[in-house]
Design a protein around this ligand. Structure first.
Ligand code: CTP
Length: 403
């Protein structure tokens, strides 16, 4: 999945021949899963039509402060456009547009929008060879960078003038690759390794039967995805679930029983910075696993159960600086029990679910949690989707690492 997926991309087009390539660029953004809106300078409409771009972006295209052909015209709000954007890509950026960006000459909607933008701004210049090498263009690049903008370097090749050399706008595929690499490189949890346990465990009774629980695994998978989206390298150790996950940063380690999960966790724990135990590990397992299917007979069947090893507590015993997060699922004396688990399992943070809260618990899409840290500070949260709870947990990790 592209890091651009779900992002709001504002594409600003200024008047150069390379504007024709923005049809492809818009398509590539949409294909990557981004939402796209387009703002054009009046001059750019000589090179590509707003209709092409509104069709491809699935949004109206704006090029003036209001439409003077329409007596009911509404003001195109450049501030709203700018605040909507997660990133603003100005491609092609002509020498004229870059000069206006520097001087703040907001005589068109694109520049007014640029001046209102708080998001990262990327500038893909396009111009002829000699213009590209002119001192004033170099000055523009330096000035734009000093304002915090990022330049997507122009490429070499045949130019519209017939000359060969630098100045061609980067190819749309290269612009997308540049943005993905740049954004990934700046993600706050980049370089961090995070272990997440998820799902139930199945404790075998015989070759065809097991003791299990209703955990869907959703909470752990949502945490893994949220961490990966913030740049962390995630090892997701999961019991049997119906969930799938596809992310370049997530390595899925499938296990079945608690002892398999224990071994997998211990194999990876030494290499990670943070571990989050969201799995509903069985507390007991059959003491003896029958090697053949148990046949029914007239009497009752008695299974002797033994305690499983507490994976989280075992990680708490050996941790050497890892930030360790556990869950607690409680039905009574919630806060006291959760605090006791922080000490017993040597945790840095516990995420308490109370089954007394409507909307919280197994098989639900929502969760209501209270965070308690190792100083016993409590932070009750609202009822939220599990995705939103996952983001809250990731924010706790970011706060811990000061990123
Ligand atoms: N956990 C674990 N290994 C186990 C049992 C639990 O890693 N064998 C982890 C869970 O993933 C969760 C936390 O421990 O993060 C708390 O689990 P919970 O079932 O609430 O508590 P228990 O410690 O099992 O205590 P009890 O069942 O008595 O409430």
């Amino acid at each position: 999945m592209s890091v651009l997926s779900g992002k709001n991309i504002l594409l600003g087009i200024s008047g150069g021949i390379a504007a024709y390539k923005t049809a492809t660029l818009t398509r590539l953004f949409i294909k990557a899963g981004a939402h796209v809106r387009v703002v054009m300078t009046p001059a750019s409409k000589d090179f590509i039509t707003p209709l092409t771009l509104s069709t491809l972006s699935k949004n109206p295209v704006h090029s003036s402060f209001y439409n003077d052909d329409d007596e009911n015209a509404v003001w195109n709000n450049h501030v709203e456009l700018a605040l909507w954007a997660d990133l603003f890509v100005i491609a092609p950026a002509t020498a004229n547009t870059m000069a206006k960006m520097i001087s703040g000459n907001s005589d068109n909607l694109l520049i007014a929008t640029y001046l209102s933008a708080k998001c990262p701004v990327y500038v893909a210049p396009a111009m002829d060879l000699d213009m590209y090498h002119h001192g004033s263009t170099k000055h523009s690049f330096e000035k734009l960078k000093s304002f915090g903008n990022t330049i997507i370097p122009a490429e070499s090749g045949e130019l519209a003038s017939g000359l060969h050399g630098e100045g061609r706008m980067a190819e749309p595929e290269h612009i997308v690759a540049f943005l993905e690499k740049d954004i990934e490189g700046k993600l706050p949890l980049r370089g961090k390794k995070i272990l997440v346990t998820a799902g139930p465990t199945y404790e075998p009774i015989d070759p065809v039967r097991f003791i299990g629980n209703h955990s869907s695994g959703k909470m752990g998978y949502d945490i893994a995805l949220a961490a990966a989206n913030e740049g962390a390298e995630v090892i997701l150790i999961s019991g049997p679930t119906h969930l799938t996950v596809q992310h370049a940063n997530i390595t899925l380690v499938g296990v079945t029983s608690g002892s398999e999960m224990y071994n997998a966790c211990h194999e990876h724990f030494g290499k990670v910075d943070t571990a989050i135990a969201a799995a509903a590990v069985a507390d007991y397992r059959p003491k003896v696993v029958a090697s053949q299917k148990i046949k029914k007979n007239d009497g009752s069947l008695i299974l002797e159960l033994e305690k499983t090893r507490d994976i989280l507590a075992s990680l708490g015993e050996i941790k050497t600086g890892q930030f360790l997060i556990g869950f607690a699922l409680e039905t009574e004396n919630e806060i006291e029990n959760a605090k006791a688990k922080i000490r017993k399992k040597n945790l840095d943070l516990i995420v308490l679910n109370s089954l007394n809260d409507t909307g919280a618990g197994f098989g639900k899409a929502t969760n209501k949690v209270t965070f308690i840290n190792s100083n016993f500070e409590e932070e009750p949260m609202e009822l939220k989707t599990k995705e939103a709870v996952a983001l809250d947990i990731i924010n706790k990790i970011k706060t811990h690492y000061n990123v």
